[in-house]
Design a protein around this ligand. Structure first.
Ligand code: PEP
Ligand code: MG
Length: 323
């Protein structure tokens, strides 16, 4: 990585024509939030709370969770912290919940589905997040694996109850968003946008569901490609819906760190990229090299490409007006 990128890592990432893209870090623990900050991240765009629930005999209590979330928020000193509610199930089972085994866990009771099936589990977490948001600015909450608007409404009702139970008021900057990682949510984003503040695209799961190719299956790694035009078309759909409602869109899947994806995502309207801390500096440099209007034209061409390889070729052979 160029010395220049490291030096500029703590500056905002602004395109040549003045569009600022927030480059945040993904985190699974408060230490990761601190590491992200040290790497120059503008915040944490995905705090994976399930790590606090794994390898234990029972779920963490509200107080235990509060400590973890508050530590992460403190490490960010007012920068955004997007806390994702428990995304267990499938690849991340919690034995103490005693959930029945499933033939297809990735199509099973995971993410928000699990939280709605075990509302006491989700409500405890929502109280801990509400208390964190009452003590720190810019705490945001997002629900994973939303497929339908009814799930979102039920989750928001539980959140409202949790806030009332804690007798607190979230501070400035508190927002509620959802991950877009199920094709049904992407395709109905125009309705969902009425009821959320932001969308964060989980391209790892979205890609696996769009291409029917399990994300961890090495034999399908080439097929599960987030640059496939079918995935990009859903990203476009989500960005259009968000724009129409004045909502912002981020990407917190692996695609966000792919330098080939940067012009496409920014070109489609993504304004936050959340990546592993070591990728922050390089992603910021990639954003600075862009012109948002040129990126939009390139992204538009990519939507019409016939394959992920064709998209890659398109981006790599596009060297911009300055050559
Ligand atoms: C995703 O699906 O892209 C995502 C960011 O969530 P996770 O990888 O935790 O499933
Ligand atoms: Mg996911």
């Amino acid at each position: 990585l160029a010395e220049q990128a490291r030096a500029a890592a703590h500056d905002p990432a602004t395109t040549r024509d003045g569009v600022t893209v927030e480059v945040a870090a993904n985190a699974g623990a408060p230490a990761d939030a601190a590491e992200g900050r040290a790497a120059g991240a503008d915040g944490v765009g995905l705090f994976r709370t399930e790590f606090a629930f794994l390898h234990r005999a029972a779920a963490p209590t509200e107080e235990e969770q509060l400590q973890i979330y508050a530590q992460a928020a403190a490490a960010l000193d007012g920068r955004p912290l997007v806390i994702r509610t428990l995304d267990a199930g499938a690849d991340k089972p919690l034995p103490y919940l005693g959930m029945p085994a499933e033939a297809n866990p990735f199509l099973g009771v995971r993410g928000l589905r699990l939280g709605l099936a075990r509302p006491e589990l989700l409500s405890t977490q929502l109280r801990a997040i509400a208390r964190t948001a009452a003590a720190h600015d810019n705490v945001k909450l997002m629900f994973p694996m939303v497929a339908t608007i009814d799930e979102l409404r039920t989750a928001r009702t539980l959140l409202q109850q949790a806030i009332e139970q804690t007798r607190t008021t979230p501070r400035d900057g508190f927002e509620v968003g959802i991950m877009i990682e199920v094709p049904a949510a992407a395709l109905t984003a125009v309705q969902l946008a009425h009821e959320v503040d932001f969308f964060s695209l989980g391209t790892n799961d979205l890609t696996q569901y769009v291409l029917a190719a399990e994300r961890g299956n090495a034999a399908l790694a080439a097929l599960a490609d987030g640059l496939h035009p079918a995935v990009l078309r859903l990203v476009d759909e989500v960005c259009r819906a968000a724009r129409a409602h004045g909502r912002w869109v981020g990407v917190c899947g692996e695609l966000a760190a792919d330098p080939v994806a940067a012009p496409l995502l920014v070109g489609l309207g993504v304004r936050e990229l959340s990546v592993a801390a070591p990728s922050v500096a390089a992603v910021k440099q990639a954003v600075r090299a862009l012109d948002a209007d040129e990126a939009a034209a390139l992204a538009h061409a990519a939507l019409a490409a016939e394959s992920a390889d064709a998209v890659r070729t398109l981006v790599v052979s596009d060297d911009g007006p300055t050559g």
